[in-house]
Design a protein around this ligand. Structure first.
Ligand code: PPS
Length: 230
């Protein structure tokens, strides 16, 4: 069973905790023997209340987080906003509180979300590291079957999805499925996935690399995995 973006654990509009629990129950159906219930909402990882709420539902929940180079992530995030609001200021001007001093605006969500070590710290108060799998966003593109192999192992599933399910689509510039679920036709992700990013001033990119380096190092240390972003 899978559900996309129901945001079951970040509904702040509900005032009482009882109402919240009822809402969560309704959105997260009972899991029967032999089933896995999956829920995907990107903002969970950076939502302060999410770990406590998910842990209150089930302490055994397995968590999967896809992470990519935080600099590319910030640019990707900006590209998405730009596609909806073409009049927003430039990436360069949003990055800095003060461009002359080079002070980065860490309150800008595109920057804030990439401080993975800080967000992970919040989850580790509620879940042990063994219950969290970090998928490399870069490897998901260069070796999708390999990363999905790790996901299947983590979930205790047989490796059903393998190399033979993917092909590289030259037009899309990304791997795609040879056959979509329940169809015999190939399937790539939609237009909103894999957009062309705007060119960003290389000096700003370098400044961001320097900014993230210590947080990335901390994150590698915490996860025991070097994601190779530096
Ligand atoms: N196979 C395949 N096809 C297309 N895109 C792929 C693929 N694998 C990973 N990606 C990367 O996924 C990025 C988009 O994911 P999102 O950030 O929108 O995911 S989320 O639903 O918001 O979590 C998207 O980021 P952008 O390139 O910035 O658009 C892609 O780089």
């Amino acid at each position: 069973m899978s559900s996309k973006h129901p945001r079951a654990f970040i509904r702040n509009e509900l005032s009482s905790s009882r109402a919240l629990i009822l809402m969560e129950r309704e959105l997260m159906p009972k899991t029967l023997e032999g089933q896995i219930t999956m829920e995907k909402t990107p903002s969970y990882f950076v939502t302060r209340e999410a770990p406590a709420r998910i842990s209150a539902m089930s302490r055994d929940t397995k968590l999967i987080v896809v992470v990519r180079d935080p600099v590319t992530r910030a640019i990707s995030d900006y590209t998405q906003t730009l596609s909806k609001k073409p009049d927003i200021p430039s990436f360069e001007s949003l990055t800095f509180k003060n461009r002359t001093t080079g002070l980065i605006d860490t309150s800008w969500s595109a920057i804030q979300i990439g401080i993975y070590a800080k967000h992970l710290d919040n989850w580790l108060h509620y879940f042990p590291m063994e219950q969290i799998l970090f998928v490399s966003g870069e490897r998901l593109i260069s070796d999708p079957a390999g990363e999905l192999g790790r996901v299947q192992d983590f979930l205790g599933l047989k490796r059903i999805i393998t190399d033979k399910h993917f092909y590289f689509n030259q037009t899309k510039g990304f791997p795609c499925l040879k056959k979509a679920e329940g169809s015999s036709k190939p399937h790539c992700l939609g237009k909103t996935k894999g957009r062309t990013h705007p060119n960003i001033d290389p000096e700003v990119v370098q400044r961001l690399r320097d900014f993230y380096r210590p947080f990335n190092m901390k994150f590698y240390q915490m996860t025991g995995h070097n994601f190779g972003w530096d």
